[in-house]
Design a protein around this ligand. Sequence first.
Ligand SMILES: [Cu+2]
Length: 69
Amino acid sequence: MEKTLLKVGGMSCGHCKASVEKALKALPGVVEALVNLEAQEVAVEFDSTKVSVEEMKKAITEDGYEILA
Ligand SMILES: [Cu+2]
């Protein structure tokens, strides 16, 4: 299992946190997604044989948030 930390802009409240976490967890291969609102970051644990970082970034932008890094 791999871990990555994505910088996500536009998350401001508990709804945003839940929405981003849900969008990521909907991807096959994503095991855990945890948003840190203050840091504007999401920590993701995933199986790199099933899902790519690009796919995770796409899910976040399609959910209406911005990838900062
Ligand atoms: Cu919000």
